[in-house]
Write a protein that binds this ligand. Structure first.
Ligand SMILES: [Zn+2]
Length: 168
């Protein structure tokens, strides 16, 4: 195997994998390695809080918690640049876009994971952060406009009061 085209580094949510050179689209870059667990054992591991379980088929799950499994460091994104796929009971990760050095390598963990584990409103991927930032900006603008309207109204009211005082 050629040396990995990525390195482990600090990401927004802890650790993540970052490209160290350009990578073309459709290149296999890693294998998600670990012990294969039958359903019962996988459920028990999940109950113990193991967050590195990859369900390969309905019957088999890979326990990827071992630190030797570099693929456990791929973070989730709703706008991914890689994807996981299986060949039999093995799981690999390949690029789905051209990658630039420094890009974080991320794949979509799937809607079950997003809804049940991360929580849609807490997703820290770039797309979700941008979406929330845009929404916050819109809300801020609405508030600023409302406050400006209110201030103008008050000013008008004060001016009207002064006028009536002068007349009296
Ligand atoms: Zn997201």
């Amino acid at each position: 195997m050629p040396p990995r085209p990525f390195r482990l580094g600090r990401s927004r949510t802890g650790l993540g994998l970052f490209a160290t050179r350009p990578i073309k689209k459709n290149i296999r870059i890693a294998e998600y390695k670990g012990k294969l667990l039958p359903l019962k054992e996988a459920e028990a591991a999940e109950a113990r809080g193991n967050r590195y379980l990859y369900e390969v088929t309905k019957k088999w799950t890979i326990d990827g918690k071992d630190r030797g499994n570099i693929a456990r460091y791929f973070n989730h994104s709703c706008n991914p640049n890689t994807e996981s796929y299986n060949i039999g009971k093995r799981v690999f990760v390949r690029t789905i876009k051209p990658i630039e050095p420094g890009d974080e390598l991320v794949y979509d963990y799937g809607s079950d994971y997003l809804n049940n584990v991360i929580g849609k409103s807490r997703c820290q991927c770039t797309r979700c952060r941008k979406r929330r930032a845009k929404r916050a900006k819109e809300l801020r603008e609405v508030r600023v406009r409302r406050e400006a309207r209110l201030a103008a109204k008050k000013k008008k009211a004060r001016a009207a009061k002064r006028k009536t005082k002068k007349k009296a």
